[in-house]
Design a binder for this molecule. Sequence first.
Ligand code: PDD
Length: 282
Amino acid sequence: MRAMASINGEIVPLAEARIPALDRGFLFGDAVYEVIRVYRGKPFLFEEHLARLRRSLEAIRIPYTDLDGLRRRVLKLIANYGFREAIIYIQITRGSDVTRHHVFPAKVSPLEFFYVEEFEDNLEPMRQQGVAVITYPDLRWDRCDIKSTNLLANVLAAQAAKEAGAYEALLYLPDGTLLEGSRTSCFGVLGGKLLTAPTTPSILPGITRALVLRLAREQGIAVQERVLRLEDLPQVAELFLTGTTSEILPIICVDGKPIGEGRPGPLTRRLQEAYRRLVSAL
Ligand code: PDD
């Protein structure tokens, strides 16, 4: 896949991009990130992603403010290299010091890293047929609303899903509350209502999640921001994942047990169609 990177404004092929070993993103996971989908050369929901990046930066006090410059540099790279179907990955780290200390360096100069990579969307069969998921304990911290690069608990959950032959792991708390996937948000239909976890510090406020809530309201679908629980699953009629690259992905089976009738449901289909229309009209 063709991929070009930018490190503090210097453009190189992604395979040649190098980050200093003392960079705090590498040493401490002291960094935040975004992933954005590009359709036909146009970044989708770019402003929403930049706004979330700003919130994440402020939450962990990284003094990086050049979001206007970042937007320009990303758009220029996409245009100059003729990217059409692509992914933008942006990571801002607190930068490097002369040695390793937990506390912030006295003089911090954040590192701006991003790349644009061609994206071959091979998820369409899964969007049509639906996927299987597993449930997995949520081992993350108390600020999952910050899109930080500390993703170890997410990585372990995603790997457990893969080893179980599933697409994703739904994370749950000790009391059975289902929050979201390792890299996706989660929606369910229960009692005729579309439910998704409210935006508390326990979940990432997904950009796709917010769009799907808007589309559902426009479609006159009854929506409630309320958590589902493990014990609700036998009564759940439909379940689906949302995310930047997943878009809207029906779940037909959790831990080997079918959801609803074991195939994508009607509300999921309506929302998928609304999503597709929006992207086609870009
Ligand atoms: N993942 N929840 C978590 C924990 C996520 O990491 C993500 C995104 C989402 C969906 O958010 P959005 O709709 O804004 O993509 C929900 C990105 C894509 C990733 O880590 O690759």
